[in-house]
Ligand binder design. Structure first.
Ligand SMILES: Nc1ncnc2c1ncn2[C@@H]1O[C@H](COP(=O)(O)OP(=O)(O)OP(=O)(O)O)[C@@H](O)[C@H]1O
Ligand SMILES: [Mg+2]
Length: 387
């Protein structure tokens, strides 16, 4: 299927990035987090990029996961260089023909032989050059931005981008827009959450998942291709999509299966779709159960408390420590609780998420649903036995 366009969301973000919203801070950098496979990259490239371009912005897109062997700092520099090339190509060729070795663009002197490469230029200079030669604002979209924190060069380039932003932007003009996205909110937070972090003071926003308009679109597609199924039950589709964790890929794959002539369905396809979603959920929950059972007693107790308390969770208050002690069957000190939290965060994939202010939460919201349904039916804590 062709990606469903998310024009309204893109437009909203363009306005925010331009600093035209009454409230908000996106002109200082927009940080977007969303769970894996929910359509971040598709949105950034397929919706946000063209919307920015239509608004007269030069867009540079770079995915730091595109090649994990490459240094993130190098990838960013290269993406800017690629964007510079068409802007400067003509000017540079003319200048070279005229025998000019140095070229003045805006306030910057550029070695004509180096155009198209950013070596010799700082990121700020390269971005300024791009902005001044294009005579347009520049937006730099960095997908999986948290990966920049894995190398010193990557970290340095984040600091350089912050400084470029501060140099290029004035209170009433935004010349450099920064968009960073990632599936790992906890790591993305490191870009913003301490006084020493490059983008200290910025907030991480949750990128919305595909909504009812997407479901309506899919329903229309089905109704057009299979008039015999008209009208499609959109509420049931939405339900199934939610059970699939708002991941379009799983949802569309299951739809393809239940609509296939080979499926030999006797009833409505919506019912079969919901069943497929639930099956996937059962598999996901079996995974959560085995993860939970593999934890040390203190880690289990900490996770249990977190699931039970939700946003009210306080990791080290007296009640929490008593709870840990009761469940783990031995006294648990603050240091031990801290160690357990840390090891839950360090796991791959992480089970626990930590906010800038030291608030903790489970990483995967699906765990709350799992805990809720097990508790409601008296099946908590998991024991490893069926049921
Ligand atoms: N707007 C959309 N309409 C239809 N399908 C979509 C849409 N957005 C994403 N998808 C599908 O969902 C899948 C995941 O999309 P995408 O790679 O954009 O997600 P992501 O959040 O960047 O994933 P990852 O965490 O792996 O980087 C892809 O198969 C894509 O085709
Ligand atoms: Mg992606």
């Amino acid at each position: 299927m062709i990606a469903f366009p998310r024009t309204a969301l893109a437009q909203e973000l363009v306005t925010a990035l331009q600093g035209k919203m009454l409230l908000g801070d996106a002109h200082n950098g927009l940080f977007l987090a969303a769970p894996r496979r929910t359509g971040k990259s598709t949105f950034l490239q397929g919706d946000l990029r063209p919307a920015l371009e239509a608004a007269g912005v030069v867009v540079v897109y770079v995915d730091l996961w595109a090649d994990t062997r490459r240094d993130p700092g190098g990838l960013i520099a290269e993406a800017i260089a690629r964007a510079l090339e068409p802007q400067l190509g003509l000017v540079a060729r003319t200048a070279r023909k005229a025998g000019l070795e140095k070229l003045k663009v805006g306030g910057l002197e550029v070695d004509t032989s180096k155009i198209g490469k950013v070596d010799g230029l700082t990121l700020t200079e390269a971005l300024r050059l791009l902005h001044e030669s294009a005579r347009k604002p520049v937006a730099l979209i960095i997908d999986e931005a948290q990966h920049a924190l894995t190398s010193e060069a990557g970290e340095a380039s984040m600091t350089a981008l912050k400084s470029a932003r501060d140099q290029l932007n004035q209170p009433d003009t935004v010349n450099l827009m920064l968009v960073m996205s990632g599936s790992d909110r906890d790591k993305l937070l490191r870009l913003v959450n301490t006084a020493g972090a490059p983008f200290y003071g910025s907030q991480i926003q949750r990128m919305p998942h595909l909504g009812l308009d997407f479901i309506a679109h899919v329903a229309r597609l089905i109704e057009t291709q299979r008039p015999d199924l008209n009208p499609v039950d959109q509420k049931a589709l939405q339900n199934a999509f939610e059970v699939f964790g708002f991941r379009p890929q799983f949802f569309m794959a299951a739809l393809g299966q239940v609509l296939s002539p080979l499926a030999a369905l006797t009833g409505r396809f919506e019912v079969a779709l919901l069943e497929a979603a639930q099956q996937q959920q059962v598999q996901d929950e079996a995974q959560m159960e085995s993860d939970y059972l593999g934890l040390k007693p203190t880690e289990q107790a900490v996770l249990w408390r977190m699931l039970e308390q939700g946003p009210r969770y306080r990791p080290y208050d007296a009640e929490a420590l008593k709870f840990y002690g009761d469940k783990a069957h031995h006294p648990v000190s603050v240091a031990q609780a801290q160690k357990a939290l840390e090891s839950l965060r360090q796991r791959m994939p992480a089970l626990v998420w930590k906010s800038a202010r030291g608030e903790y939460a489970v990483e995967d919201a699906a765990m709350h649903r799992w805990f809720g349904s097990r508790s409601a039916t008296g099946r908590w804590p998991p024991t490893g036995q069926a049921g």
